[in-house]
Design a protein around this ligand. Structure first.
Ligand code: G
Ligand code: G
Ligand code: NA
Length: 253
């Protein structure tokens, strides 16, 4: 297991990097944006996945530091893709720690401005199960972000415990349905029922819907028929290094 000191050094040595996974419009097939997923290029252990170090960074107060690095790289890569003529949004996973800090919206605005990225191109994905730990501050921070045109996405929907009534009060733009309810829904009526209920709820609340974990043509067709807006998953592309994205985008178009 890695220690907070290991991670701190890794960040200082520039060993964190982002991979990106495309988000595609189900009706048109167009790429709407990409999601940044952090990795640690460890000098001995190779490419380390986030579950080995993101939860630890949250427990030890390092996730803000990690988040700044992920955002910096995401903004820089997005600027490059925009300059190449790709009209993309950038989704970044944000931990509760960031959303509970009243300084965060102004900090993010400065970081994006310095990178030449308009805030309406940013989507912050916040995991459902982590919402509501500190509802008052979160509502304040999320509202400030929304007023700055930053988009907000509820991640892993269906796996958390946030009250649906409270969800309506938060200023979200997008709902991402957890991959557990996506792949396999075509063969499992219970999963299909949860998927349809989630899509219906999102529609009622005016939220754009994204299905994660789209792995097969069957998944894709079912989601299209169900009226889901966007898809993400191995059927479209696995998360890839930023340097591969330029070629992938050209090939997809
Ligand atoms: O590819 P995958 O193993 O990357 O991602 C696993 C999980 O790690 C995802 O559920 C995602 O929410 C989380 N994750 C990936 N990148 C980041 C990040 O930059 N910040 C935070 N807080 N979580 C991340
Ligand atoms: O929680 P979040 O949505 O950020 O997590 C994304 C995670 O899901 C990453 O670990 C990513 O590698 C993984 N992932 C992305 N697409 C698929 C897919 O089609 N199937 C599966 N099983 N995992 C996926
Ligand atoms: Na996510």
């Amino acid at each position: 297991a890695y220690t907070p000191a290991d991670l701190q050094l890794a960040i200082q040595h520039g060993e964190l990097l982002n991979h990106y996974q495309p988000k595609v419009d189900l009706a048109t097939g167009r790429v709407i944006g990409v999601e940044a997923l952090v990795r640690w290029q460890h000098p001995q252990d190779g490419l380390v996945m986030p579950h080995h170090f993101v939860p630890m960074s949250e427990e030890h107060g390092l996730v803000g530091y990690l988040g700044v690095e992920v955002m910096r790289e995401a903004l820089r890569d997005l600027r490059r893709w925009l300059d190449a003529g790709h009209q993309l949004d950038m989704a970044v996973n944000v931990s509760l720690g960031s959303v509970s800090s009243l300084d965060y919206p102004d900090f993010l605005a400065e970081q994006a401005h310095a990178a030449g990225i308009p805030l309406h191109r940013l989507i912050l994905e916040i995991t459902e199960s982590r919402l509501m730990d500190n509802p008052q501050v979160q509502l304040d921070v999320l509202t400030r972000l929304r007023l700055k045109q930053v988009k907000l996405s509820i991640d892993d929907f269906g796996t958390g415990y946030s009250g649906l009534a409270q969800l309506c009060d938060l200023p979200f733009d997008e709902l991402k349905i957890d991959r557990g309810f996506v792949h396999g829904s075509s063969r499992n009526p219970a999963l299909r029922a949860i998927l349809d209920a989630s899509l219906g709820l999102a529609r009622e609340l005016g939220l754009r819907t994204v299905a994660e974990g789209v792995e097969t043509q069957e998944d894709w067709q079912l989601l299209q028929a169900s009226g889901c807006d966007m898809a993400q998953g191995y059927f479209i592309a696995k998360p890839m290094p930023g340097s591969h994205m330029d070629d992938w985008l050209a090939a997809w178009e």
